[in-house]
Design a protein around this ligand. Structure first.
Ligand code: PEP
Ligand code: MN
Length: 289
């Protein structure tokens, strides 16, 4: 990859560590686990997620408010109202929030309400969007395209770095193949290779790779064993009622169990899971309805 001028591992002595907030950094010894629903649906839903996951612990909360849906008739996300819910959650629970930005016009508002900007698979090679992200002072989780080669993936990251933003986290989320049994094929070889080729942190999203909740935990453990620096996992207070990606959503209880099960795997490869230092909210536990 001769043009990987800024992303190549040979460009710097140490691996990049990227701060998602004052207290959470990815790329160091500790894993960063981000959990939450595919889509933000209500404040009560996100409060239930944040309450349950604080004890897991997870270090970040996800939730899409601009959703790239296959059908134009499907729920497209809560938009600005969803951004305000995420802002409430990050302030109240002192936890970084991750959400997708689909268009240049959304960047300013998303950057004002969220800690980390996610670029979805369908936009991995939206070069104008990548260039615009270069001018933003926020970390970016760049997801691998549905059928992107590793060179295309790394060069997409190179776009963001070369336009001025070095806070890029790569995310393997499965690639298209012939077998519909799993939604995609989780490419753990890519995780190993990306860590050899680049100095950037690498996350794994086993949820979109598997498409089935019963496959997620084992894939997550495999990803950690392969050197992933973090995980992005979909979970929901009432998984089967998720407005999008219901089939792959974990319950909050299963998410907590999954995080606990990661500890020995992390320890076996010299990694840890940090306790969440943020102050607990002074609220009573909200009822999710
Ligand atoms: C998502 O994270 O909900 C999402 C749409 O992911 P991807 O872009 O990987 O399909
Ligand atoms: Mn999803």
């Amino acid at each position: 990859m001769k043009d990987a001028k800024l992303t190549a591992k040979t460009q710097q002595q140490t691996r990049s560590q990227i701060a998602l907030s004052d207290t959470v950094t990815i790329g160091g010894r500790d894993l960063v686990i981000v959990g939450g629903p595919c889509a933000v649906e209500s404040l009560a839903q996100m409060e239930a997620v944040a309450e349950a996951l604080a004890v897991a612990p997870v270090q970040g909360i996800r939730g899409g408010v601009y959703k790239p849906r296959t059908s134009p008739y499907a729920f497209q996300g809560m938009g600005q109202e969803g951004l305000e819910i995420l802002d409430t959650i990050r302030r109240r629970y002192q936890v970084p929030v991750v959400t997708e930005v689909m268009a240049i016009a959304q960047i300013e508002a998303v950057a004002a309400h969220a800690d980390v900007l996610q670029i979805g698979s369908r936009n991995m090679q939206n070069f104008d969007l990548l260039k615009a992200l270069g001018t933003v002072d926020k970390p970016v989780i760049l997801k691998r395209g549905l059928a992107a080669t590793l060179e295309e993936f790394v060069m997409a990251a190179e776009y963001i770095l070369s336009h001025g933003n070095s806070q890029v986290i790569l995310c393997e989320r499965g690639i298209r193949s012939f077998d519909p049994y799993t939604r995609n094929v989780l490419d753990l070889g890519a995780v190993v290779a990306l860590k050899q080729i680049t100095h950037l942190p690498v996350m794994v999203d086993p949820s979109h790779a598997a498409g089935k909740r019963e496959l997620v935990a084992d894939l997550a453990r495999g990803a950690v064993a392969c050197g992933a620096d973090g995980l992005l996992i979909e979970c929901h207070p009432e998984p089967e009622k998720s407005v999008s990606d219901a089939r792959q959503a974990l319950s909050l209880e299963d998410m907590v169990d999954l995080v606990h099960s990661l500890r020995p795997v992390a320890a076996a490869v010299g990694r840890g899971i940090a306790a969440v230092t943020a102050s607990q909210p002074s609220l009573t536990i909200p009822q999710y309805v």
